[in-house]
Structures are given as structure tokens and as C-alpha cells.
Design a protein around this ligand. Structure first.
Ligand SMILES: [Fe+2]
Length: 292
């Protein structure tokens, strides 16, 4: 599969809370419609969903939770009603609000909690960084775990000529292992990291804790992560583009939105923001797998 464009979605929170005066069902329908519109002019080859599609193990107000009786899985609702309507192959990993064990997660989504996607000359490692205390029986916000470095090393060995992108619901550089820092610093194959969780869309520049690799944040389609004016990172998704000359570009795409915010409104015109770009020319002698 040749990849020219990928859409990263995260923190869409199909749940019992209505943000910005917009009913959840209307917000989710708008998201599907916005993506379908975008697809007409900027078609994506695949969709990667970086978790927090629900609030399934969150028990405040006793609402909307997988733990209450009768049990409600909004992960199941999201997959059946929205994920299946995305206009291309869609892959998902859990966030801190989808603390299903691997078996149940597979049953609900058809995907494991962590795996890889290969396309063109790139490999996306979808990591499970909330792998602790799965299948909780009481309120849980998820338990963060360090990046599985063995999985990353294995991919580096298996795909020595490919570009590697690490994707997780959240990386916490402050609590990652020394091995993680060394892996990122010593392997130029690893280009960038993608994460959700913060609900923000900015690019966090690489530093010594990430081996100099940037973390590209994938925003939200629920509520922003900043106090005050929500238009700084409103509903949208992050796109990643590959060009023939080796240019790799990513930006947060914000479709037009009109919603309520407090006593006022939030009005956002369609635009791109939080851009990042790098150029890594192809190795033309290497035969990448183009058959899939
Ligand atoms: Fe999260």
C-alpha cells in the first residue's frame, strides 16, 4: 500500500457529555461529515485513531459507563456508528478511557491493543501506553505505562530501511525509560511521535528526553485542552502527507465550526495550524513492499 496521506484522530469522546452546547450525536455526525468533505479534495489513504473514543470506565455522575448496570460501551457505539463510516481503512488503539483487556478490546474494535501498520516506506508502531490495570471493576482514568521498547527494537530490526513513526495515546517523557531515550536518540529511522490525550494540537519540539524527536499532537473532536478561548485547538484532526521528493509534512486541520462557549460563541473558519515538516529522500535502490 502506497501512502500519501494519513489522518490521525484522537480524543473524540463519544460519551454522555455534550460540549460547546452541541449534542454528542450531532458532534460525531459533524466529524464524519467533515472528514467525508475533506476526503473529496485531500483524500486520506488510512485513518489512525489514537484513543479516548469514549469515557467507558469513568464513573462520575454514574452516567455513560461500561461499569454501571446496565453496562454501556461507547467504544462499541463509536466503532459501529462512526469508525465504520470513515472513508478508508481505519485502525484504532485505546486511550486511558478504554481500559478493556486485549480480548474484549479485540472483540469491540477488531484491533489488538498494540500492533504495527506498514505502508510504502513507512511503519507506524501503534503502542499501548496505558497497559496497566486493565479490565478495572471500578472508576479508572487508566494507568500509564512506559513505551514497549522491545516492540520498537523488533520493528527497527525487521524494517531497517523504513521510516518509523511511534504512535500512542500519550508519551510521558518524564517517566519514560533510559532505553526509550537511547532508542530515539540512536535511530535516525524514527522520525516523529504522534500522540493524543492532551487535546492539544501543537508540535512539542524534540529534546534530550525524546532523543530530539518531536511529538506531534493530534488535538480533539470533543473539548480543547486550554483554558479560555477554545479556538486555539478546536475540533479537528492531524494530517500527515508524504511527497515524492521525500518531504514529510504534518499539520492540524480544523474544519469550519460554530458552537457555544459559555455565554458567547466559538466560530472557527476552516484552516490548518501547528505545521511540521522534514525532508528525508527515498532510498531508491531499496525495494519497498508495494503489493499490499
Ligand atoms: Fe486521554
Amino acid at each position: 500500500m502506497i501512502i500519501e496521506r494519513i489522518i490521525f484522530l484522537s480524543d473524540v469522546h463519544d460519551c454522555h457529555i455534550d460540549w460547546y452546547g452541541t449534542k454528542t450525536a450531532d458532534r460525531m455526525e459533524k466529524m464524519v461529515k467533515d472528514i467525508a468533505e475533506r476526503q473529496k479534495t485531500h483524500p486520506a489513504d488510512l485513518f489512525i485513531i489514537l484513543g479516548d473514543v469514549s469515557l467507558d470506565f469513568w464513573m462520575w455522575n454514574e452516567k455513560g459507563s461500561y461499569l454501571r448496570t446496565p453496562s454501556v460501551s461507547n467504544t462499541d457505539h463509536f466503532v459501529k456508528n462512526y469508525m465504520t463510516r470513515l472513508p478508508g481503512p481505519a485502525y484504532i488503539i485505546p486511550g486511558n478511557h478504554e481500559q478493556y483487556g486485549n480480548e474484549k478490546w479485540m472483540e469491540l474494535t477488531g484491533c489488538p491493543r498494540s500492533y504495527i501498520i506498514e505502508g510504502g516506506n513507512a511503519v507506524f508502531i501503534l503502542l499501548d501506553n496505558f497497559a496497566g490495570n486493565l479490565d478495572p471493576t471500578e472508576h479508572s482514568d487508566g494507568t500509564h505505562t512506559q513505551t514497549n521498547c522491545d516492540m520498537v527494537k523488533h520493528v527497527l530490526e525487521q524494517y531497517p530501511e523504513y521510516l518509523i513513526f511511534l504512535c500512542a495515546h500519550h508519551f510521558d517523557p518524564a517517566t519514560e525509560s533510559e532505553e526509550f531515550r537511547e532508542l530515539l536518540a540512536e535511530n535516525d529511522q524514527i522520525v516523529a511521535l504522534f500522540q493524543g490525550h492532551t487535546h492539544l494540537s501543537n508540535v512539542i519540539p524534540g529534546d534530550e528526553r525524546t532523543g530530539g524527536k518531536p511529538i506531534l499532537q493530534t488535538g480533539n473532536y470533543s473539548y480543547t485542552g486550554v483554558k479560555g478561548d477554545p479556538s486555539a485547538s478546536f475540533w479537528g484532526w492531524r494530517e500527515l502527507e508524504f511527497e515524492d521528493d521525500g518531504t514529510i509534512r504534518s499539520f492540524y486541520h480544523v474544519p469550519e465550526s460554530h458552537a457555544r462557549h459559555g455565554e458567547g460563541t466559538v466560530d472557527v473558519e476552516e484552516h490548518d495550524q501547528d505545521e511540521w515538516e522534514i525532508c528525508i529522500p527515498f532510498d531508491e535502490d531499496y525495494e519497498y513492499d508495494e503489493e499490499e
